[in-house]
Design a protein around this ligand. Sequence first.
Ligand code: SAH
Length: 210
Amino acid sequence: MTSARTRERLIGRLREQGIRDEQTLAALSAIPRHLFVDEALASRAYEDTALPIGHGQTISQPYIVARMTAALRASGPLERVLEIGTGSGYQAAVLARLAGHLYTVERIAGLVRAARQRFQMLRLANISVRHADGCEGWPEEAPFDAIIVTAAARTVPTTLFSQLKEGGRLVVPVGGDGQELLLYRRRGTAVSFERLEAVNFVPLLPGGIV
Ligand code: SAH
């Protein structure tokens, strides 16, 4: 079922799980997640679970998408936002509802192509997609108010910190088998962070595109 009612049930669950930011919830409610997965999985698109999107990758669990989005919204402006790990494009589409412009980088060509088609179909005109190694960020478009990494980094590429504005935030899952979602903030040359929660993302793979 991909009806509005099924979608609203998911929003209700996210609210119960502690997502309080109405704008974040409205953005998730506005983006049809079933269009970001294979037709065969569309009936499961409004379950609060990660789902396979091919190439050994996954579309994140809606709760995690909401949590990361709300954390970025609560901590400052979202005029220019960079995402590393486009995947299906779902997180980018949700953030684009709340951002001035959303830049997103993906290393797998097939995923870039599919995501671009979805953004066109949904007329999300404030998203730019690049097929590149996200560990390099997007230097030509930097600096950003916020950066979101949707793959787990063993160590956060320092290049990404250098592409943040003063006061800019970076949300990223860090670790290998056990991962934590961290929210960094840049102040001058210093970087502070807070821990958000335990998570389980596919790895950020440095070096090279496919
Ligand atoms: N945000 C996505 C989920 C991403 S899954 C969504 O909403 O669907 C993680 C993605 O990060 C995968 O597509 C993977 O190919 C990508 N990725 C991993 N390492 C990367 C890198 N170095 N540069 C760019 N993308 C990378």
